[in-house]
Design a protein around this ligand. Structure first.
Ligand code: HEM
Length: 196
């Protein structure tokens, strides 16, 4: 089928809008990087720099996870299969691009903190974090990511509204909820450092 060309006016409006978005995103990123560098340069020591980066990575990972999960619950309650499928697509796009590198940064910085802070490994709060990280990272990389791809392919074949697609999306979001709960528990565990 031949595509009708968009009117020149609409096209230039779209280009302008994209330019505006790119400029404001770049400005926000530049301010963020500059202030983070300033704060880290003024930190009392390496340990605080590692801790700040560890917590920043945790905020990106866990914050994103909680947002996706919350939207999943809302769309499921509204029985909005289309929005749920779109959310799954978004998760499949952002997961490998942002969450996978960030979850490895959380791990590396956590290990560096244990070494630098001479904490030792024999603490429940550290072992719980390592075990929880292992479980959530494995689940995310080995199952959630690939399953999102499989669901996308299936939706392309049999349609996004097919019952099988809906069933698999619901199962995936249920697993995703368990992952989010584990991550939130690790945050509380790391901050409270339970003494047993
Ligand atoms: C994977 C293995 C991990 C190790 C070995 C580790 C280790 C550490 C260490 C040593 C600290 C510094 C504690 C302090 O100075 O008081 C810390 C802080 C923290 N970690 Fe982790 N971490 C890991 C994973 C995680 C994960 C997966 C999360 C979140 C889901 C997380 C969340 C936090 C938070 C929020 C803090 C700040 C706690 C505070 O300053 O009171 N960590 N972590």
């Amino acid at each position: 089928m031949e595509e009708t060309a968009a009117p020149a006016e609409t096209l230039s409006e779209t280009v302008e809008e994209r330019l505006r978005t790119a400029t404001s995103a770049m400005l926000a990123g530049a301010v963020l990087v500059a202030v983070v560098i300033l704060f880290l340069a003024l930190a009392p020591g390496t340990y605080q720099v590692l801790l700040a980066l560890h917590v920043l990575a945790v905020v990106i990972w866990v914050g994103g996870d909680v947002t996706l999960t919350t939207l999943g619950v809302v769309f499921e309650r509204k029985r909005d299969g289309e929005a749920l499928a779109q959310l799954g697509k978004l998760g499949g796009w952002i997961g490998p691009k942002l969450y996978t590198p960030v979850l490895f940064a959380v791990f590396g910085l956590g290990i560096a903190l244990v070494q630098k802070g001479n904490w030792g490994w024999n603490h429940f709060w550290i072992d719980f974090a390592i075990a929880g990280w292992g479980a959530t990272a494995t689940l995310g990389i080995a199952f959630i990511g690939p399953e999102l791809g499989r669901i996308g392919a299936l939706a392309g074949q049999i349609g996004p509204d097919a019952p099988e697609v809906g069933r698999r999306i619901n199962r995936l979001f249920m697993i995703f909820r368990c992952q989010t709960v584990t991550l939130m528990l690790i945050v509380v565990d790391m901050v409270a450092k339970p003494n047993f």
